[in-house]
Design a binder for this molecule. Sequence first.
Ligand code: NAD
Length: 355
Amino acid sequence: MVFNIALLKGDGIGPEIVDSAVKVLDAVGEKYGHKFNFTPYDIGGVAIDKHGIPLPQETVEGCLASDSVLLGAVGGPKWDTLPGNMRPEKALLGIRAAMNLFTNLRPAKLYPALKGECPLRDDIVENGFDIMIVRELTGGIYFGERGMREGKYGEEAYDTESYSRMEIERIVRVAFATARKRRKKLTSIDKANVLETSRLWRKIVHEISAEYPDVECSDMLVDNAAMQLVRNPAQFDVIVTSNMFGDILSDEASQITGSIGMLPSASLCESTRGLYEPIHGSAPDITGQNKANPIATILSAAMMLLYSFNLAEESEAIVSAVDKVLEAGYRTADLAHGAPALSTEEITNQIIEFI
Ligand code: NAD
């Protein structure tokens, strides 16, 4: 099969890690008889330098015309003093909105070989954990009405959260379908003891759960969830939650894996097109040194194969090659703690060897 992928390499280590993922995809293509065509577009700081804006129209059109999008990272000190709407990071919100990416999938998995990286107690990580957070990405309080006004005590600011049935139904369905492909356990996280939006959220989760009798579904209040994630992360399989709760909980979940260079993400819309990117930033402190860990981006490419192209076996080939590389003791500098480490290129080649 032939797939057209838009590449948004971005800034800092972005080009290095995206190039690694491209090499891995080419290796997968060769092994399984697929052709991946890559077209690069500018985004972030590099787009500001070349076009005067962080998200050129050509980039948006290129992404919308592609089968899927692979992003590195944007931003860096060079552009830090620009006004808010001209900053590289603004392009991320722009491309998510342009592609209508209402679902954010963020796996947080503890690799057995990397247990030592986890900041939690040994007895907690003994069982490992493998969590998929399904976060609603285009609704809720981040998109609600906001403003300033004169209140009873003078100057006052407000933000509002609203969720429509349609917005909740579509994300909850994605979550159930995701759970069905995994360990069939879904935890819906809300604040239904206080928030009206959460009460509607919970009601809809219960309604839809009838369509997925094979998936065990439960509710959890967000304050409890924040605690349970560090107390017993192994209890979770798939988590579904609103935009703001997901923002906070997915960062918490990623941090308990202890390895920022390992975590991929996927943002999805109604069609199969998605945007796949590592969760880390552009790491200006190690840019151009061939030191960056490319695994988060390589695993993002694996998510693309699964979620956009429905190539489960090919996706698993990448995931299992990464597992084997770690089991064999290969590490990039971020995970080596001063011991000899492989470069970005060397670890990429090792992963390709295992594919
Ligand atoms: P960062 O994630 O870039 O870096 C934090 C630390 O982790 C650094 O020490 C870095 O060297 C290390 N690190 C990150 N990714 C790594 C990798 N793959 N391999 C090895 N080490 C890695 O976060 P930051 O320093 O807060 O931000 C740097 C820039 O990135 C800023 O301009 C920020 O706005 C931007 N940023 C972009 C995104 C994105 O593009 N999605 C996300 C977060 C931050």
